[in-house]
Design a protein around this ligand. Structure first.
Ligand SMILES: *Cc1c(COP(=O)(O)O)cnc(C)c1O
Length: 427
């Protein structure tokens, strides 16, 4: 074991600050990172990897983009934290809201978890109802109410929900299967009047990439409206990645609240929730729903988000991301074919997932074949050896960034090919 990993394990559970980073699902040692630039990440021994994780989503421009780093340095020289409103905060709020024109206001927080937790509190406060509805395999951060059947981190460890969530609280969370109108209808028929909100990742990307039918999302919009419940689109991953205005723009469906995270902070800790005035005036100090944060709207984090969004302003960048995603997906699919491994690549823009099973990529968790995960573990170990940093879980997606040029994609494809060949020989 690497001496730094050994030290890490002595002082942090699993040697990590977030569970999936420990590589338990795939085996092998997680490298300790020294630095990262563009599409590449380098470990403390100087080994260079092509990075397909992108810090789990935020690094859409690639690592250490010079404009973002410069913006951070400039902001830092002007003060690290004020505990008061600053200009960069106003500008980032305006930039985000311009991408979600139906929303009037937003509140900044420091993580996606906080954004979702606050959105749910707002929904409960505004409706005066307690029950919430989420979907199996969707991850919404680690707030108590949402850690019920919550996506890859939990699926990877084989635990459907977390210890430490009081049953009285878990009981208020109803879990529905994705892609199933009938199940949603039945729940609303029985409990519709108790439901404060329905929360969904409109592009579920935390248990593979389970692309939903637009008609299913439309159904949830209709159903929640009919029963006086709010619809929350958790766009922490999809929000600023799949289009300027995320899945909200792509589907044309208007939710009541959108939550953002990851890209909105450009690699610094930022989250946000946005809604129309009628809802946002319920938030303190204007209304009774309390929500606060010492570091919320932090000037350095705002600067990183702002610089990132400025570089994503040109709609051409989303076409570019799509083109690079297509290139990588084709490379991986050709490799699967060449080595006769059953599977396809599910993809929306720059988000990709290796679906190691027959037939089209699944839309719901029950349709995911667990046998794919064993093969993925073997592929992962060889890929890491070959200098390709893939997500350390069969159920995590891959992200392509604007820094992934043709040469990185070719290198990634070649590393994947030899990993696939080696994994198949072992199996
Ligand atoms: C990552 C993620 C979160 C949690 O965000 P953190 O910043 O990790 O707290 C919430 N929802 C979705 C959809 C996510 O992908």
């Amino acid at each position: 074991m690497h001496p730094l990993l050994e030290r890490a394990k002595k002082v942090m559970p699993g040697g990590v600050s977030s569970p999936v980073r420990a590589f338990l699902a795939v085996g092998g040692e997680p490298p300790i990172v020294a630095h990262a630039r563009g599409a590449e990440i380098t470990d403390v021994d100087g080994k260079v990897y092509t990075d397909l994780v992108g810090s789990w989503g935020p690094m859409i421009l690639g690592h250490s983009h010079p404009a973002v780093v410069e913006a951070i340095a400039r902001a830092a020289r002007e003060g690290l934290s004020f505990g008061a409103t600053c200009e960069r905060e106003v500008r980032l709020a305006e930039a985000v809201l311009s991408r979600f024109p139906w929303a009037d206001k937003l509140r900044f927080v420091s993580t996606g978890t906080e954004a979702v937790m606050s959105a749910v509190r707002l929904a409960r406060g505004a409706t005066g109802r307690s029950r919430i509805v989420k979907f199996e395999a969707c991850y919404h951060g680690h707030a108590d109410s949402l850690l019920v059947k919550g996506g890859s981190g939990l699926a990877t460890l084989g635990i459907p929900s977390s210890a430490g969530v009081p049953p009285a609280l878990a009981e208020l969370t109803e879990v529905l299967p994705l892609d199933d109108e009938r199940a949603a209808d039945a729940l609303f028929a029985e409990r519709g009047r108790e439901i404060a909100c329905v929360i969904i990742e409109p592009l579920p990307a935390n248990s593979g990439l389970l692309v939903q039918r637009r008609s299913f999302l439309e159904h949830l919009r209709k159903l929640s409206r009919e029963h006086g419940a709010l619809l929350i689109f958790d766009e922490v991953i999809s929000g600023l990645r799949v289009a300027r205005g995320g899945m909200t723009e792509i589907t044309g469906i208007e939710p009541d609240i959108v939550t953002l995270g990851k890209i909105v902070g450009g690699g610094m800790p930022v989250g946000a929730y946005l809604a129309k005035d009628a809802l946002m005036t319920q938030v303190a100090p204007l209304g009774p729903v309390y929500q606060a944060g010492t570091l919320s709207g932090n000037p350095v984090a705002m600067a990183a988000g702002l610089a990132t969004l400025e570089l994503l302003e040109d709609p051409q960048v989303y076409r570019e991301l799509d083109a690079r995603g297509t290139m990588l997906a084709r490379g991986f699919e050709r490799a699967l074919e060449r080595f006769d491994v059953t599977g396809t690549v599910a993809r929306v823009g720059s988000i990709l997932w290796l679906s190691l099973q027959a037939g089209p990529p699944p839309r719901a968790w029950q349709a995911v074949d667990p046998r794919g995960a064993r093969l993925y573990g073997r592929i992962h170990r060889h890929a890491m050896r070959n200098g390709l940093w893939m997500a350390p879980s069969a159920y995590e997606v891959a992200f392509v960034s604007l820094a992934h040029g043709a040469e990185h994609i070719e290198r990634a494809t070649r590393a994947f090919e030899s990993a696939l060949e080696a994994a198949r020989e072992e199996g």
